[in-house]
Design a protein around this ligand. Sequence first.
Ligand SMILES: Cc1ncc(COP(=O)(O)O)c(C=O)c1O
Length: 407
Amino acid sequence: MTYRKNIIPANKFRNNDKAISVGNPFWDMSEHHGLAGIVADLDNDLLHIRHGHQFVNFSCCSYLNLDSHHKVIEGALDAVRRYGVLDHCIARSRVQIPALKELEESLGELFGADVLSGVSASSISGGLLPLIASGHLGNGNRPLMIFDKHAHVSLAAAKPACADETEVVTCNYHDLNFIEDSCKKYERVCYVVDGSDSLGGYAPVRELAELQDKYGLLVFYDDSHSISAYGERGIGYVRSHSPALNENTIMVVTLNKAFGTSGAAILLNNYPQSVLRLVERFGGGLNYSQNLNTAAVGASLASAEIHRTAELPILQKKLYNNIALFDSLIPTTQSGQTYPIRLVPVSDERVIDAGRQILEAGFYVSPVFFPIVAKGTAGLRVMMRAGQTEEQIRHLCRIFFDVRAVQ
Ligand SMILES: Cc1ncc(COP(=O)(O)O)c(C=O)c1O
């Protein structure tokens, strides 16, 4: 009798058994109560479910409503007509149509960086982080890669690939002492963190800049939630506040949130052309997968133009006014911040039912509860946007009280 081998996984940096057993009951329960798996048509910023029910989506990250801006839509259509192709399938390092270059130059001018674009922040982080881990963006030393415990899943997903190149550790949320201790012990350290994270809060960019200055710490920021929504010409939180915008700051941003289009960008400063080429050639999906398609490029060029006009600060102001109105009606621990996400605490037992009642009353807010978040910290996540009307915000807040989601 021959025995075939059973594999025992290492599960050092990912564990699908655990992720699915912990996470899937959350999704099943959400779907069972009509709060996930929803199919709805978008019409004039209202979502319609087939049997006639309509609702306003308060769970969308297009914070400035640029995704439906007429110039963005026209930009997409024009670009496809101008270049006559949606995606001419060939690796960008071999042949690329001028549209991509045009966009990267435009974003580079807007954000004050050298820019490489990709189809999503998830794919470019997945390609770029292992290159950093192997010491190819820096002085050749392999850095200790410190991932913040709350780094977005698209960053955390790169841990196994980084661990094949160097040492990888996870630190507590914004644990500056741990980072500094590591800088004392290791020749080179890279800290991976969200510039603005999905449950509210900004990275300690000034304190990190001090460590960058003192020890040459490399910081990899994902500033996807604040690009466009924050700062002059929408340069985001990190670029508005960090004094260290040099080769020790590497940044990734999605173009799919407040920027209002599709795709993502890597922002680099002070790196020679040879390193940019390396990233383009060896940054995983950047070279071996598809490019940003022409419609997305055209839409992004149009959005970048809007960022250069007086319309951008007007939209940002509308967003901030809407956030302030919400805060005045329902205080949360995020109240007073410019960050556009609010988590309204609701008990684990009540949160699904409250979400369902709010949906029936015409608004979608996303419930988060155990096991996705710790017991006792469940709540309804509300995304504020520039295009929401005062009436919609007041109405939603009244419903929060009506369904006793808040007292
Ligand atoms: C911090 C952060 N980074 C990246 C992403 C994903 O961006 P993309 O859709 O471009 O992969 C998200 C999505 O929610 C996010 O919250």
